[in-house]
Design a protein around this ligand. Structure first.
Ligand code: BV8
Length: 232
């Protein structure tokens, strides 16, 4: 680990599971009762705006009922104390990384706590419901949608992510099933540059065999232990 200066950490729904937020593809998962295609696509928003808006209104409201867990706290500690480069790339749309204190962070699939205006393109911090069609703070028109990257839409800040992947010495994946691209392809991207890779997950992800090391177990145990190792 001595030669490690620059780290990229990818997180998925599994890091928030112990905070009480449902993951997507596990039993009782978020998509249960809904087909992903019915909710998380531009076509779904056009076809049944109320269904999609309500789905995200419920999840945005649920943020008030959960708190960061030791895994989020540990990554925030690494953020504070790591003097090399660090970028936390989260697929999650919850605000638990921020609330734990992480700052070197980006949401590649958008955020529940942000709204996007389909009329003027402005993105605004947002905590309330969108179903009742509130006016956009920028242009005043009632075309706000969840600032979420739907399937078929381009994830945010891909240039910045790939630049960080090119520069890093260690790529760590935490709590993701490796089912969704392009995030699931990042490990492949860094392997070709001989970068060290570590996965921490409750069970082997789809890409487990691509990682130099795979630690299985709950993030609230594995992540604090790993951060302790890195900061020694
Ligand atoms: C795009 C929105 C291109 C918010 C989401 C090949 C190449 C490129 C693209 C594709 C491709 N094949 C198909 C595609 C298209 C598609 C895709 O990947 N489809 C999949 C289903 C095959 N990808 C896209 O459409 C992406 N866009 O590619 O654009 C493009 C090019 C040109 C022009 C335009 C576009 C957009 C993808 C983003 C979609 N939005 N979410 C929301 O509703 O939340 S995806 C959704 O899944 C979430 O963001 C979530 O984060 C993400 C991934 O899920 P995970 O986070 O991994 O969660 P999951 O439940 O699956 O797994 C949890 C894991 O945690 C499990 O492994 C479990 O074991 C573990 N776990 C559980 N508890 C714990 C734990 N681990 C540790 N501790 C615990 N306690």
């Amino acid at each position: 680990m001595a030669s490690i200066r620059n780290i990229v950490v990818l997180t998925g729904a599994g890091i928030s599971a112990e905070s009480g937020l449902a993951t997507f593809r596990g039993p009782g998962g978020l998509w249960e009762g809904h087909r992903v295609e019915d909710i998380c696509t531009p076509e779904a928003l056009a076809r049944d705006r109320a269904l999609v808006q309500n789905f995200y209104d419920l999840r945005r409201a649920a943020l008030r009922t959960v708190a960061p867990n030791p895994a989020h706290e540990a990554l925030a500690r690494l953020d504070r104390e790591w003097d090399g480069e660090l970028l936390i790339v989260t697929q999650n749309v919850d605000d638990l990384h921020e609330r734990a204190g992480a700052t070197r962070l980006l949401h590649m699939h958008g955020a529940l706590h942000s709204a996007l205006c389909e009329a003027c393109g402005e993105r605004t911090a947002w905590t309330e419901a969108l179903s009742d069609g509130p006016p956009c703070p920028g242009c005043g028109r009632a075309w706000l949608r969840p600032d979420i990257v739907f399937f078929g839409e381009m994830p945010y800040e891909m240039e910045r992510i790939y630049a960080a992947l090119q520069r890093c010495d260690l790529f760590v994946s935490i709590g993701t099933s490796g089912a969704v691209y392009p995030a699931a392809g990042f490990v492949q991207e860094v392997r070709s540059n001989g970068i060290q890779t570590l996965e921490m997950n409750l069970e082997p992800s789809a890409g487990s065999t691509l990682f130099d090391e795979s630690r299985l177990g709950p993030a609230s145990i594995l992540v604090p232990a790993w951060v302790e190792e890195m900061l020694q």
